[in-house]
Design a protein around this ligand. Structure first.
Ligand SMILES: Nc1ncnc2c1ncn2[C@@H]1O[C@H](COP(=O)(O)OP(=O)(O)OP(=O)(O)O)[C@@H](O)[C@H]1O
Ligand SMILES: [Mg+2]
Length: 504
């Protein structure tokens, strides 16, 4: 940081350390943020990014170290104090109250009053402004549980904006936004920066970091690993500092024979979207990407294919046999696995250990004589922890204490351990670091070469372009088009995703 910049220094974290049982999450970490600067903080899963931000936002207390704001030392003992200092944190795991409406969430805990009562009309009117600002087209009276995760993320951002923060911390804000929503978010960030707001931006999407950051600070194993000035921010520099080595050959696709049709969907009507019939198939050894904007109906479709929701009409065939999927258990029996988008709700039991989570699904199938085979469980756990490089003090660690990306790896490991025929994946690399991403891609490739039929939903254009043998593009609840590998391009996908069917 230059001398000129240091005059504008807003936050100065010095020598922060934080220990959890069995884990040194942070060790002597320094971090400075200038006024009106976008600072990206990057690092592998478990590097300590979220912990550092939680300390700044009053969610956690450091064991040691100092926090200076505007040059004066402060103690941030709770979230309220952080808010008073103008610090707002948008959590990696969304934190909204599901059963309240959007406006109530935005003003939760600081509701405007009128004659001693909560002024709902004012909430709605003011909330609307902030929703406009982030480009979210929904009424402030919408109940949050009716929104997609991407939309919920936008509500979180609107909420932080409404608190008039001087320091806005975003912990993986785009992990479930589409490219269009991300563009909108970047516009908002640009406007905030121009108004002198400092932004701390955490992301595993290095392309985004390059686009938006003025400076990058890298953490590795809980310690400072280096810093990059604007002109030094390149993909390779970031990876080298994060991982300590180069990662080449990011996407691995080796051509192999595709076999017969494994999954065939005909005339399927997804609840809530029943006006459109959906038809497609996936063959053995094929990796089919499913693109579309957030809210296009991709998650809903996967939910039906996994027996979570029931189709209103239509058929699903697996290996030619009609599959009646009234529950996920039916789907599992038919050889279908789903790696869900929302690990907190559908993927993991937070209070159970890594070992138990990894073997929950597979043991239901391998169960012998009604007894859970503990040795088998331990073997699965050990194998998956190693293959996916899950960062945990051990297989017995409770899942809720793992970092976000490592939780995602556990979800994946759990479903991979099932050895599925059809693997459905909803944003499979959401929130995982570069190394793990590559490992997930390799695993998809390996499974495909063994004849598994893979259907994955992704909002990351690069992932769709590089990993798909074929892509289906959804728009407003229907399949707007299909693109073969040589037709795949960012333009052709966007054309279809935005409903521009004739031009595609
Ligand atoms: N409450 C907790 N109890 C025990 N261990 C914790 C707790 N919170 C975090 N950890 C551990 O501290 C380390 C740092 O976690 P942190 O969440 O800060 O990582 P991160 O850099 O945000 O990773 P990710 O990219 O996966 O989100 C990890 O090893 C994590 O398991
Ligand atoms: Mg994190």
């Amino acid at each position: 940081m230059s001398q000129d910049e240091s005059k504008r220094l807003l936050i100065d974290l010095r020598c922060l350390s934080k220990r959890f049982p069995g884990v040194q999450a942070l060790l002597n970490v320094d971090l400075q943020v200038a006024r009106g600067e976008v600072l990206a903080v990057i690092g592998e899963n478990g590097a300590g990014k979220s912990t550092l931000m939680k300390i700044l936002a009053g969610v956690q207390m450091p064991d040691e170290g100092q926090i200076l704001i505007d040059g004066s030392p402060v103690r941030i003992a709770n979230v309220r104090q952080a808010t008073e200092l103008g610090i707002a944190l948008i959590h990696q795991e969304l934190n909204l109250s599901d059963n309240l409406d959007v406006g109530a969430n935005i003003y939760l805990g600081r509701e405007p009053l009128k004659a001693g009562l909560i002024d709902r009309r004012r909430i709605a009117a003011q909330a609307e402004q902030y929703l406009d600002m982030v480009g979210l087209d929904c009424s402030p009276r919408t109940i949050v549980s009716h929104l997609s995760i991407g939309q919920q993320q936008m509500v979180e951002i609107a909420k932080a904006l409404s608190a008039d923060a001087r320091i806005l911390i975003m912990d993986e804000p785009t992990s479930s936004l589409s490219s269009r929503e991300t563009d909108r978010l970047f516009e908002v960030i640009g406007q905030l920066r121009d108004r002198g707001v400092s932004i701390v931006y955490i992301s595993h999407r290095l392309g985004e970091v390059r686009e938006i950051a003025d400076r990058v600070s890298v953490l590795r194993d809980g310690e400072n690993a280096g810093e990059l000035a604007k002109s030094e921010i390149t993909h390779d520099n970031m990876v080298r500092l994060m991982v300590g080595r180069d990662i080449s050959q990011f996407y691995v696709r080796t051509p192999h024979e595709v076999g017969k049709t494994v999954l065939r969907v005909e005339g399927l009507r997804v609840p809530g979207r029943a006006e459109h019939a959906i038809d497609f198939s996936v063959r053995a050894g094929e990796i089919v990407g499913m693109a579309g904007l957030v809210g296009a109906g991709r998650t809903e479709l996967l939910q039906v294919l996994f027996g979570v929701d029931r189709a209103e009409r239509g058929t699903i065939r697996i290996d030619g046999k009609l599959a009646k999927l009234s529950s996920p258990l039916d789907a599992i029996r038919c050889g279908v696995s789903l790696v869900p988008e929302d690990r907190k709700q559908a993927g993991l039991i937070m209070e159970m250990s890594v070992r138990e989570n990894l073997s929950l699904a597979s043991l239901r199938r391998d169960q012998r004589g009604g007894l859970l085979n503990r040795t088998a469980e331990q073997n699965i756990a050990r194998d998956m922890i190693q293959r996916l490089a899950i960062r945990t003090p051990g297989a017995e660690q409770t899942v809720q204490y793992l970092s976000g990306g490592n939780q995602q790896k556990v979800v994946l490991g759990k479903w991979l351990a099932m050895r599925p025929r059809v693997l459905l994946m909803d944003e499979p690399t959401r929130g995982v670091d570069v190394g793990a991403k590559q490992e997930i891609y390799r695993m998809m490739e390996r499974l495909a070469s063994k004849g598994v039929a893979i259907l994955f939903v992704s909002s990351e254009m690069e992932e769709i372009l590089n990993m798909s043998d074929r892509a289906l593009v959804m728009h407003e609840g229907r399949i707007a088009g299909e693109l073969s590998r040589d037709q795949l391009s960012e333009e052709s996908i966007m054309q279809l995703a935005t409903g521009n069917i004739l031009a595609a």
